[in-house]
Design a protein around this ligand. Structure first.
Ligand code: GLU
Length: 427
């Protein structure tokens, strides 16, 4: 299949390789769409992959060389778009998968972007602010010819934030000799960021969960929600779901989680987390491991941490009605069939967590207009797009008699394929 021909053939294809998870869904959807074999060849590979080695003066004066990637998967619908993550275990295959997911995600919510993703292999928890700044600026300088408001627009992802985006914007602007705000999104509000961007991924999850819960005729106050991850995505989703009347019964951070079947007092939990930097010893719930948390019986399970959390190893023990994917790639392809057999309603990552990039689109539009919207306007437009996209995917799933994940891929691939065919291949 496609994936096998793309990577080094001698390599073993592992379930936990995110590129394999992306590619097997892509192949399945392409087959059902009867995608033209020539277009299949074009869409199954990224447009460009950049690997760059980044020398950085560390605080003690020695030089460390970091490896950074930027994969630009597709430009058919507009500039490439996607975050940059900093983590010790970043791999090129992971960044490849994440870049492709951005292409499909932007197409599912029908915003005029292609897909890209960046990553640097580093351990940000062991680096000072100065080291992070120098690494970010040198990485940006290496990418200077490849990014830009019309080319590729980075954004935050795991372990990067508004400050990181401010450094990228400044470095790019210094080279351009004028301020170019639209080169990145997820900037601080005072530096031409968008109101609502910080919460947008969590808010988008709330909007699609609301639609799914209504579809099942569940009452919010009876809806038990389990959330894995309490960072920008999980933490915001927990807060907003609690505020709107859901019963959030479990929440975790990287060390482990807490569980209270009667419902957690989320503002209190978040205050504890901010004070102690950990959920450990939180008095209002019993401790659970991250694995146990995923297996708690609930109505909505919302993984918002990282890839490969629901796999062939634990999918049998998952007990939720709705799986709302906040992270990118939290479920491996090998677990899809079992979820379907169990009747779990999946709101796939490329739909569920698209609120972040949708608000990034708003930020890019506002930067280019130089005119900034009120938060209510941002949130209302976000809701319009998330709700419409949820129903587009539901309708597609019903019409083609496929599950929600495959429907989302089919819809996205169909949109990108249509534009690719219409633009034609430049020769
Ligand atoms: N990193 C986020 C994602 O995975 C946001 C990307 C963006 O806003 O461009 O969707």
């Amino acid at each position: 299949m496609g994936f096998h021909a793309f990577v080094d053939d001698a390599r073993e294809i592992k379930e936990d390789n995110p590129f394999e998870s992306m590619m097997s869904r892509f192949d399945h959807a392409a087959q059902l769409l009867k995608l033209d074999p020539d277009l299949y060849k074009v869409l199954r590979v990224p447009n460009r992959e950049i690997t760059t080695y980044i020398p950085v003066y560390m605080d003690d004066g020695h030089i460390e060389v970091f490896t950074g990637f930027r994969v630009q998967h597709n430009f058919a619908r507009g500039p490439a778009k996607g975050g940059i993550r900093y983590a010790p275990d970043v791999t090129l295959d992971e960044v490849r998968a994440l870049a492709a997911w951005m292409t499909w995600k932007c197409a599912v919510v029908n915003i005029p972007f292609g897909g890209a993703k960046g990553g640097i292999i580093c351990d940000p928890s062991q680096m000072s602010l100065g080291e992070l700044e120098r690494m970010t600026r040198r990485y940006t300088a290496e990418l200077i010819d490849f990014i830009g408001p019309e080319r590729d627009v980075p954004a935050p992802d795991m372990n990067t934030n508004e400050q990181t985006m401010a450094w990228i914007m400044d470095t790019y602007s210094m080279h351009a000799r004028h301020t170019v705000t639209a080169v990145v999104t997820g900037k601080p509000i005072d530096l031409s960021g968008s109101r609502g961007r910080r919460e947008a991924t969590g808010r988008g999850l709330l909007f699609v969960a609301d639609e799914a819960v209504a579809k099942f005729g569940l009452k919010k106050s009876d809806t038990r929600v389990v959330i894995q991850g309490s960072g920008n995505v999980g933490g915001t989703a927990a807060r907003l779901m609690h505020e709107t009347g859901y019963r959030v019964i479990a929440l975790s951070d990287i060390h482990g989680g807490i569980y209270n079947p009667r419902g957690l007092d989320i503002p209190d939990v978040i205050a504890h987390l901010e004070k102690h930097r950990s959920l450990e010893k939180y008095p209002g719930g019993e401790p659970v491991s991250n694995h146990e948390l995923l297996e708690i019986e609930c109505d909505v399970l919302l993984p918002a941490a990282t890839e490969n959390q629901i796999t062939s190893q634990n999918v049998d023990r998952i007990r939720c009605r709705i799986l709302c994917e906040g992270a990118n790639g939290p479920t491996t392809a090998a677990a899809d069939d079992v979820l379907e057999r169990k009747g779990v309603f999946v709101i796939p990552d490329i739909l569920a967590n698209a609120g972040g990039v949708t608000c990034s689109y708003f930020e890019w539009v506002q930067d280019r207009m130089g005119y900034f919207w009120k938060e209510d306007v941002v949130n209302e437009r976000l809701q319009d797009i998330m709700v419409a996209s949820f129903h587009d995917v539901c309708k597609y799933a019903e019409c083609h008699n496929v599950n929600m994940r495959i429907a989302a891929y089919m819809l996205a691939i169909d949109r990108v394929a249509y534009i690719t065919r219409t633009r034609g291949i430049y020769a």
